[in-house]
Design a protein around this ligand. Structure first.
Ligand code: SAM
Length: 302
């Protein structure tokens, strides 16, 4: 059952706020659109799409359908990866004449693994204003539901399709401590996972964020070493749109801690806690008190 209806008074108030904001002319509005569920458009995005003189888009048919869902009919200008530069010249001329132009991609945030960056660059270089209308992005949505640390992440987008190039791209990412974020097409998902397994440690956590915001949405987290078995267990798991997240490389201090624990565990087999902590401190150079506390915990865990 929907909890929010269009007659809700709070929605009217928000719409007033939206309408009161200044939307300057001669501005390119970079508008994020939903990645699945049409409800994931912002009120500001709808407002800007409604007021824009034209909408520059990756695929005019897709965008016509999208706008139709919001009851909008607009002049559409094709701006895809093969004509970005020419499209930019056309858009600049229109912006210079005072128009407001919205820029959208097929889904999510334009210019993120999507066309748009060259147009934005050209418009800014022409001294014109560019305003972002934030909204859905598959990468950020996946991170938010993954439980992986996302205070630092590296967006790697689509890796090269050819195995040699993909392997060398992964080699470059192998030691990055931040969470890694990949986009991948369903027909390459198995190859991608195999490449990840061949390059990165099996113990790293991996998250498959599949069909986000859609009917069969699934966010699955497991060890990288178990990822292939999970994918193979059901045919549907290799279908749809994916974001793949991989836990970052263990930091040097994590590795030191793991090594100290390993030494402590061996010593605890042979010596009392105090002596094990003292010997471990001498071997590793770590603080005796911390090792003593950890040794007590380890004894308790047995
Ligand atoms: N600009 C978009 C964004 O902001 O996320 C990304 C566009 S990129 C061409 C398309 C890729 O994004 C897909 O191949 C998939 O990896 C990811 N993606 C898009 N929608 C998704 C969804 N609903 N669930 C999971 N991944 C999605």
């Amino acid at each position: 059952m929907p909890h929010l209806t269009s007659s809700a008074p709070s929605l009217d108030l928000i719409m007033q706020d939206v309408a009161q904001q200044v939307y300057p002319p001669s501005t390119l509005y970079v508008v994020a659109t939903p990645i699945g569920n049409a409800g994931d458009i912002t009120l500001r995005a709808v407002n800007v799409l409604a007021m824009a003189d034209a909408v520059a888009c990756e695929d005019t048919r897709n965008t016509a359908q999208l706008l139709h869902r919001y009851g909008l009919h607009k002049e559409l200008i094709a701006a895809h990866e093969h004509n970005e530069r020419e499209a930019a010249d056309k858009l600049i001329a229109r912006l210079q004449s005072g128009q407001r132009i919205a820029l959208v991609s097929d889904a999510g945030t334009p210019a993120v693994s999507d066309p748009g960056a060259r147009i934005v660059d050209a418009v800014r270089s022409a001294g014109l204003r560019v305003m972002p209308l934030p909204g859905a992005s598959a990468a950020v949505s996946a991170l938010s539901a993954s439980g992986l640390l996302s205070d630092r992440f590296l967006f790697a987008g689509f890796l090269p399709a050819k195995s040699k190039q993909r392997e060398s791209a992964l080699q470059e990412l192998k030691n990055v401590a931040a969470t890694l974020v990949f986009y991948e097409a369903p027909h390459r998902i198995v190859d991608m996972v195999e490449a990840l397994c061949a390059t990165l440690e099996a113990d790293r956590q991996v998250v498959f964020a599949r069909e986000l915001t859609k009917l069969f949405e699934e966010v699955h987290r497991c060890r990288l070493g178990d990822a292939r078995a999970w994918l193979d267990a059901e045919a549907n798991r290799q279908k749809g749109e994916f974001v793949i997240l991989v836990e970052g490389a263990p930091s040097a201090s994590d590795e030191n801690d793991a090594e100290a624990e390993r030494i402590l565990a061996i010593l605890l087999e042979e010596c009392p806690v105090k002596q094990a902590a003292s010997l471990a401190a001498q071997i590793t150079g770590k603080k005796k008190n911390a090792l003593y506390e950890r040794a007590l915990q380890m004894k308790g865990e047995r």
